[in-house]
Unconditional design. Structure first.
Ligand code: C5P
Length: 232
């Protein structure tokens, strides 16, 4: 089987309070999107790379990635799962059902090549696939919606933080996401949760905790620090 890359970049980053979607904010003068794509494409051989974009995206043409023939943009969707599904449909007829797809958030530019390699090699013979993740270090509370009352404390020893890339077979992932976006619109926040909903048990592969997701403005400075430290 071959390996495909899908990098959802159709979010508009409401939490950043910026005029630009977060993938077009800059790290050392380069778009977050360009940093993420360059790092991913540098690790291993890929059959192709699809990047779903927002239909109103005006910044893509100014990115370095727009001039990279290995990268194919396609229209994204309303939610992350819709965008990933659109990218997978873009590959219809080219990707085989048992090819692997690695889905990686464009907002995680600090992805380390060693983590991508370990994910690929650990899961290569797995029936299902899985994701980079790390055990939580904080105690996690479940709070009643719209209130400040703790309902329950989850057993921390069983809790992991889900990162990306997440790696699944093309045919299984299309089927799971199709069902997820139909039956639970808005509730599928990563590929693994779609796979779980249809009965799979994705595997966690311990990933580096510096694989942060740019979410708030302070994260940009942190990402620059992480990138410099990784390069040292
Ligand atoms: O908003 P959040 O940080 O969870 O988004 C995760 C990823 O999903 C980002 O890479 C974002 O660009 C992408 N996304 C997308 N299409 C959407 C919403 C989010 O591709 N409709």
């Amino acid at each position: 089987p071959r390996f495909w890359l899908v990098v959802p970049a159709a979010g508009i980053g409401q939490r950043m309070q910026a005029d630009l979607p977060k993938q077009y904010l800059t790290l050392n003068g380069r778009f977050v999107l360009d940093v993420t794509l360059e790092r991913l494409l540098s690790c291993g051989a890929w059959a192709g790379c699809v990047v779903p974009l927002h239909c109103d995206d005006q910044w893509w043409p100014a990115s370095a990635s727009a001039g990279d023939a290995r990268i194919e943009p396609c229209p994204g969707g309303a939610e992350r799962a819709d965008s990933v599904l659109a990218a997978l449909k873009h590959l219809q007829g080219r990707a085989a059902a048992d090819d692997w797809v690695l889905v990686h958030d464009v907002a995680r530019p600090c992805i380390h090549p060693d983590d991508v390699a370990r994910l690929r090699s650990t899961l290569a013979d797995d029936a299902c696939g899985g994701l980079l993740a790390a055990p939580v270090s904080d105690t996690v509370k479940e709070v009643a919606p719209g209130s400040d009352q703790v309902l329950v404390t989850r057993d921390r020893r069983q809790l992991w933080r889900a990162f990306t890339p997440q790696m699944f077979r093309y045919g299984d992932l299309v089927a799971a996401l199709q069902r997820g976006v139909c039956e639970q619109p808005g509730a599928i926040t990563d590929e693994a949760s779609a796979m779980e909903q249809v009965g799979w048990h994705p595997r966690v592969v311990t990933g580096r905790t510096d694989n942060i997701k740019i979410t708030v403005p302070e994260d940009l400075a942190l990402a620059e620090f992480i990138l410099a430290r990784q390069a040292a």
